[in-house]
Design a protein. Structure first.
Length: 66
């Protein structure tokens, strides 16, 4: 059984049933959580408007050559 880290509501999901990177939402507090790891299951609150964590450093290599 998985508990919401925020409000301790039982989330209707099984540890075997989620994948890393999957985003689930708590029906009670409405907060979205991303599955960080599945073993052990660890959830991380997803920031608003920020679903997938991508650590891409965009370097503007175009359009600025002199
Ligand atoms: Zn909750």
């Amino acid at each position: 059984m998985v508990l919401c880290p925020e409000c301790d509501t039982k989330l209707d999901l099984e540890e075997d049933d989620v994948d890393e990177g999957e985003v689930i939402s708590c029906p009670e507090c409405g907060i979205d959580f991303e599955v960080v790891t599945t073993n052990p299951l660890e959830l991380k609150a997803v920031e608003e408007g920020y679903i997938e964590e991508e650590e891409e450093e965009e370097e503007s290599e175009d359009g600025d050559y002199s």
